[in-house]
Design a protein around this ligand. Structure first.
Ligand SMILES: O=C(CO)[C@@H](O)[C@H](O)COP(=O)(O)O
Length: 233
């Protein structure tokens, strides 16, 4: 059985920028994917109108995006019953597939195992109000921890700085426990907020409107990386 894991390059503490396709023009997806070829990952938000009050796209569209994307896909499943659907997003070739802890009906470690067995890294996402303490024990069974810095569902919301202590605690757990886990932040990340998130210990920065709302997404990605790098320490 092939099981995906992070390699040493992934955990080198180099800030990774993952533009969120949610802020792209859905009528021109292939072009919008090509505009962020300089990114580290392409973040794809899958929403089911149940777990979150919004509906986006599903596996056939993600498969089509994967076929044209020059960068690895980072699929964020904001859906109910993730244990049923997550392995399919791994099988299509995604680099990372993240499920919400709040949506898992069983042990989240079982979903992580199935995602990895299907060939992707496994991510665990937490809403702003979900305590990390509840999931500290399962962290070592995941490759990424996505800390939501807005309520999931929509792009263009304001960054919730009150979530930063959770990012700091995640960094501490990863460092002291020597865990091979990337800390990812998602929501309201832009030129004004990315340094705070980097200083708190994030490795991966999802940015939707800050990248797709820019005239030149490549320059926006480079600028975000530059702002995160000194703050990451
Ligand atoms: O998952 C989500 C929203 O639920 C995010 O990925 C947003 O798409 C980020 O957009 P910005 O806050 O960066 O505009």
């Amino acid at each position: 059985m092939i099981t995906a894991h992070l390699d040493s390059d992934d955990v080198a503490r180099t800030p990774m920028i993952a533009p969120s396709l949610l802020s792209a023009d859905f009528a021109r997806l292939a072009d919008e994917v090509a505009r962020v070829a300089d990114a580290d990952w392409l973040h794809v938000d899958v929403m089911d109108a149940h777990f979150v009050p919004n509906l986006t796209l599903g596996r056939p569209v993600v498969e089509a995006i994967h076929a044209v994307s020059p960068v690895p896909l980072d699929c964020h499943l904001m859906i109910e019953a993730p244990e049923r659907w997550a392995p399919g997003y791994a099988e299509l070739g995604s680099r990372n597939v993240t499920v919400h802890a709040e949506a898992c009906t069983g042990d989240p470690r079982d979903v992580a195992r199935d995602i990895r067995a299907a060939g992707a890294l496994a991510g665990l996402a937490l809403k702003p109000g979900t305590p990390l303490e509840r999931y500290e024990e399962v962290l070592r069974d995941f490759d990424t921890l996505l800390v939501m810095t807005v309520e999931p569902g929509f792009g263009g919301q304001a960054f919730m700085a009150e979530v930063l202590p959770k990012v700091r605690r995640a960094r501490e757990l990863v460092d002291t426990g020597h865990l091979q886990v990337l800390v990812e932040v998602d929501g309201g990340i832009n030129a004004d907020t990315i340094a705070q998130a980097a200083e708190a210990g994030a490795d991966v920065f999802v940015a939707g409107s800050a990248v797709y709302g820019a005239d030149d997404p490549s320059r926006a990605i480079a600028a975000l990386r530059d702002l995160a790098t000194p703050a990451a320490g």
